[in-house]
Design a protein around this ligand. Structure first.
Ligand SMILES: Cc1cc2nc3c(=O)[nH]c(=O)nc-3n(C[C@H](O)[C@H](O)[C@H](O)COP(=O)(O)OP(=O)(O)OC[C@H]3O[C@@H](n4cnc5c(N)ncnc54)[C@H](O)[C@@H]3O)c2cc1C
Ligand code: FES
Length: 265
């Protein structure tokens, strides 16, 4: 169940230019958290007096024994810039865990996971969980350069097939991660994806072509994070071919069946 807590930062480091990893001591949140869920957080000492709104950031890792969790985020605007100024001992005001997590259907024995850019961060907990459940994983990571392949070192130590791509060619295939997908999807049972909408749309198209179902984690802009303001709605197909309805990414997502999302809708 989601709750609001004020928690101490155990560490914060810049792991790549403009990319930060923050570790927080939050056993109450870790206890009930599932892969794919996120936190809605803000700093306690309102540095500079703004902004007031919380920012949604996915849980990147959690340890049920120690009660620690980590987030990885990219500095984009004012909110994340202010977060990046915090350090060990500072406090953050957290609502969480929020949203529906990923599911692991029984039939998902051979899975493909596709993460692009910041979308790689929310996928780490589900990859760990899939491995715990002995699923066979082919993991695709794509980014502008090697620094954007988040959790790369952790993934390299895991028992999975890892394929990387970078736009500048600094790691793996030079180009887009989606260029590599089709072969792996042929014969896969399920797919998980998170990343830029354009990337997930191509993933959806390729998965549909091969009849592979799965789940996508969406990152719509958010206001309240509690289902009240409607600022986070996305279009999701329902029933027959052309029917769709708005769903709230915060409380009804951020995970949706990949084949049902209407991207850029
Ligand atoms: C469920 C969920 C999980 C997320 N998990 C992560 C995560 O793990 N790591 C991470 O770095 N980010 C994540 N995000 C995105 C993150 O919330 C935004 O980057 C952040 O809110 C930007 O705040 P800001 O004040 O720094 O930028 P703002 O000043 O609000 O915006 C700066 C620029 O970024 C653009 N922008 C802002 N939010 C988004 C967004 N959600 N998607 C695309 N563009 C955006 C704006 O249009 C603007 O151009 C997640 C978002 C959601 C909804
Ligand atoms: S963020 Fe307000 S309804 Fe989702």
């Amino acid at each position: 169940m989601s709750q609001r807590v004020i928690k101490e930062i155990l560490s914060q480091e810049e792991i790549a230019p403009k990319h930060f990893k923050m570790v927080i001591d939050a056993p109450e949140i870790v206890e009930g958290a599932k892969p794919g869920q996120f936190l809605h957080l803000k700093w306690v000492d309102n540095i500079g007096g703004d902004p007031l709104l919380r920012r949604p950031i996915s849980i990147n890792d959690m340890d049920k024994d120690s009660g620690e969790l980590s987030i990885i985020y990219r500095v984009l605007g004012r909110g994340t810039e202010l977060l990046s100024r915090l350090s060990k001992g500072d406090k953050v005001d957290i609502m969480g865990p929020i949203g529906k997590g990923f599911s692991i259907p029984k039939e998902a024995r051979k899975v493909v996971v596709v993460g692009g850019g910041m979308g790689i961060a929310p996928l780490y907990p589900i990859v760990k969980e899939l491995l715990n459940k002995d699923r066979e994983i082919t993991l695709f990571l794509g980014g502008a350069d090697e620094g954007q392949l988040l959790n790369l070192k952790d993934y390299e130590e895991m028992d999975l097939e890892l394929k990387t791509s970078t736009v500048d060619g600094s790691h793996g295939y030079k180009g887009f991660v989606t260029d590599l997908l089709e072969e792996a999807l042929d014969g896969a049972d399920y797919i998980y994806t998170c990343g830029p909408e354009g990337m997930m749309e191509v993933v959806q198209e390729k998965a549909k072509k091969l009849g592979v179902k799965g789940e996508a984690s969406l990152e719509e802009r958010m206001g309240c994070g509690t289902g009240a303001c409607l600022s986070c709605v996305c279009k999701i197909k329902v029933g027959t071919k052309d029917d769709w309805e708005y769903k709230k990414t915060c409380t009804q997502g951020p995970i949706f069946p990949v084949e049902e999302v209407i991207f850029n809708g």
